[in-house]
Design a protein around this ligand. Structure first.
Ligand code: FAD
Ligand code: ZN
Length: 479
């Protein structure tokens, strides 16, 4: 027996959990379980005998202790918007979901210290709103922010549209409270800006996708809220020009760039045709587009700065056409096109999706290589790369005829990961590994890195009960 092949979950363990959590704290009727075992796009479905829903750190600790005693695997889940099947159980029916969704307290908010202490079940958008209410910014922002939760943002080390300015989730964390695999609670909820006291333990848990501990609360950094924000939309020739525009904006506006997003003409036209109420920001179609946002704390003056850079970009011949959002509605329209890239093309076929990164200067090469490969080997597939150019991170959507998905999906993804690896990149930029990219990762990870990762897992979760099958492959699989 191994962690991937545990015995069925004993009914007695679930009954003891129910006794600890109360009737609202355990869900076991099949209909109510459904949303917890199905992924966001409803493409994958796991099985579980029950969902545990603790409402406090003590309750999390108590059920983890019970699970540890009985060797029952737990799958931590927050908002279940993850895209790599890390937050839903496998198909064995032998993993129990541990949902943090009832842990939604804001424990502390401090404008002067610029931090907020929240529980892991807080919805990201709620945290943004709490910060805004005291004139501060919590900068993590992503398409799923209305339903993803802080525990999941930590589990995946989420990225999103403001990384170019504020960094990833791990850059926004001051401290964590974590329930360990044996049920003990690590209180690392410090709010210090500087703390050089040896290993930075919190960073181990961030991005570990629930495999090393269960985060119950976090102290997060806040920032001054920008008062002046300007958004523009540019039509351009392609990714190489996009890099020139990025370089120009970096030189002229530096740290005030908060988003720098690249889109294909195909994806933009699809959004305008299929998303209700969406309009193309520019009069004519263009082969590629950029969505750029600048923000600063001064009351005004940014529009003039932006206009000056745009003029320069036009003089340099980088931009085919461009416009600046003149109202919140225009800005929302631009972001709707960006966020709706997958939704707009869903009806065209099955979307094989992935999220990768290369050193930013190599983005054009990556796009060219993949486009050439698809044209030669899978012409029935439409390639739509888009996303966070400013971070060297693109999401690749391959719109694939449904009847060809089984054959093409592995070919497309393996080719993408090989190209990315050859270009010095990584097969996951922000969505994580989960169950989806596990084999792809272990095939490419150098042996020493594999060994170090296994040793960390063994040290923190010796029984292997925390999210088995996520990130790590079993050594005997030889992956
Ligand atoms: P879940 O899906 O519930 O869990 C994610 C992982 O974290 C799982 O492995 C889970 O086991 C683990 N986990 C959950 N809670 C805990 C906990 N308390 N302690 C330890 N581990 C835990 N992601 C980005 O990074 N950038 C984007 O721009 C982006 N855009 C998206 C747009 C859309 C429309 C969608 C659907 C998703 C997008 N995502 C994006 C992916 C997803 O929203 C993020 O990965 C998000 O951080 C997941 O949060 P969640 O609460 O839904 O986590
Ligand atoms: Zn993204």
């Amino acid at each position: 027996m191994s962690a991937f092949d545990p015995p069925p979950v004993p009914a007695s363990v679930l009954e003891r959990c129910r006794a600890v959590l109360g009737p609202a704290g355990l869900v076991d009727d099949p209909q109510s379980i459904e949303p917890y075992v199905t992924d966001f796009w409803r493409q994958h479905r796991g099985r579980t005998p029950a969902v545990l829903r603790p409402s406090s750190t003590e309750e999390v600790a108590a059920v983890v202790r019970l699970a540890a005693e009985a060797g029952v695997p737990l799958v931590p889940q927050a908002g279940n918007t993850g895209l790599v099947r890390g937050g839903i159980p496998d198909e064995s029916g032998r993993q129990v979901v541990l949902s943090l969704e009832r842990m939604t307290r804001i424990r502390e908010i401090d404008p002067r210290g610029e931090h907020i202490v929240v529980e892991a079940g807080c919805v990201l958008e709620t945290v943004q709103q709490k910060a805004a209410a005291i004139g501060r910014l919590f900068p993590l922002a992503l398409g799923a922010q209305g339903s993803c939760r802080i525990g999941g943002n930590l589990g995946t080390n989420a990225g999103g549209v403001n990384v170019v300015r504020y960094g990833m989730m791990r850059d926004l964390v001051l401290g964590l409270e974590v329930v360990l695999a044996d049920g003990r609670v690590w209180d690392g909820l410090r709010t210090l800006r500087k703390d050089n006291t040896g290993y930075d333990l919190k960073q181990l848990f961030i991005g570990s996708e629930g495999t090393l501990g269960i985060v119950t609360a976090a102290a997060l950094r806040l920032f001054p809220a920008p008062r002046d924000r300007r958004t523009c939309w540019l039509g351009i020739d392609g990714p190489a020009v996009a890099l020139d525009v990025f370089e120009l904006f970096r030189a002229e506006t530096g740290e005030v760039i908060s988003s720098f997003e690249l889109l294909t003409g195909f994806g933009v036209e699809a959004a305008c045709a299929h998303l209700p109420g969406v309009r193309r920001p520019l009069a004519e179609p263009h082969p590629w587009h950029l969505l750029i946002e600048l923000a600063w704390t001064f009351e005004d003056g940014l529009a003039e700065k932006l206009d000056a850079v745009l003029e320069r970009a036009i003089e340099m011949g980088l931009v085919r056409d461009g416009t600046r959002a003149e109202s919140e509605a225009q800005r929302a329209n631009m972001w709707r096109i960006r966020e709706g890239q997958s939704e707009a093309t869903r009806h065209m076929g099955f979307i094989v999706r992935s999220d990768v990164t290369v050193p930013i200067g190599r983005i054009p090469e990556l796009v060219e290589r993949m486009a050439a490969w698809v044209a030669a080997n899978a012409p029935e597939v439409t390639l739509i790369p888009f996303g966070h150019l400013g971070d060297g991170n693109l999401h690749f959507n391959f719109v694939t005829p449904p009847e060809r998905v089984d054959t093409l999906k592995p070919l497309l993804l393996e080719r993408l990961y090989d190209e990315v690896t050859a270009l010095g990149g990584s097969i996951s930029a922000e969505h994580g590994i989960g169950r989806m990219k596990r084999e792809a990762l272990w095939r490419r990870r150098p042996p020493l890195e594999q060994e170090l990762m296994r040793r960390i897992k063994k040290a923190l979760d010796p029984q292997g009960i925390l999210n088995p099958g996520v990130i790590l492959a079993e050594p005997e699989e030889g992956l």
